[in-house]
Write a protein that binds this ligand. Structure first.
Ligand SMILES: [Zn+2]
Length: 113
């Protein structure tokens, strides 16, 4: 058995677990990862072979490499993000359409279309 190092984020104990991975709202699958047992932390680090599988799956689904930095604007009291054209086309998002937005973690917001 491979020894699992403590969590680099909090120093907590890690365990081997299947962790779901998604790119945008496209669920890529569940992959082997070292996951922190500390509930407040919960960081997951995918194993090298999992990272390769994730990349391959994402490429098959045509969603690989579409992530990028976007600017945040303001309109009234709301903030505005622009959805890049290729992502909008892939997910068939249109002007005037609706989507569901919800917080998914400490630094992740999910947009469901
Ligand atoms: Zn941790």
């Amino acid at each position: 058995m491979k020894k699992i190092n403590p969590c680099p984020m909090c120093g907590g104990k890690m365990e081997l677990k299947k962790v779901p991975y998604s790119s945008g709202n496209e669920k890529i699958g569940e992959f082997d990862a070292e996951k922190c047992k500390n509930k407040k932390c919960g960081e997951a680090f995918f194993l090298e072979e999992s990272s390769r599988m994730i990349e391959q799956k994402a490429k098959e689904l045509g969603v690989w490499g579409m992530g990028r930095k976007i600017a945040i604007g303001k309109s009234g009291t709301s903030l505005i993000i622009r959805i890049p054209k290729d992502i909008a086309e892939l997910y068939k998002i249109q002007n005037g359409g609706t989507a569901l937005i919800f917080p998914e973690g400490k630094n992740r917001i999910c947009l469901e279309v």
